[in-house]
Write a new protein. Sequence first.
Length: 199
Amino acid sequence: MNNAARERILRAGAAIMHVKGFQGTGLAEVLAAAHAPKGSFYHYFPSKEAFGLAVLAHFEEGLGAMGQEVLALPGLSAQARLDALVERFREFFAGRGYTLGCPIGKLAQEMGDLSEAFQQHLAARPTPLTRIMAAIIAQGQAEGDFDPGLEAEEAARFLAGAWQGALIRMKVERGPGPLTLFTRYAKRLLATSGETPTP
């Protein structure tokens, strides 16, 4: 199998699907964007659903890699690391006029109740954002800045859900305000009782 051709199709499909969603993405459009021959799609993917799942995994891998970069930044407190994570996202969305939200959230909203395969994939594991935030929360607890009574993964799941809502508002407002608001209140919710988190 030509992995380079498969990767081109996958990347082209991911870019289109991020904008148009799963059902709005046509296979002919994907193949044209990937400069792949017509009819070659099913050589690499058994169905459009399988392709969508591969795109979902592609998005998860990219988000996970970006999160690991933030977690590897040296010398940052947990609060500063949360700021750095949000800033990475803000830069990405700003470069696109705040018109694109989270591609994983977009696919979850669209396909979570239409495709059993998508639902199972999405429900089977914590999202990359949940894992990243859980690591940041655990660091903050170890540093004494975040509430030690919180269960890190549970709190991370809550914040990941709030983040999805912030991205929806960001698209509506066409600006970074909801991301700033998310960061401010995430820190307040995580802070050790009596501590005032860094703005």
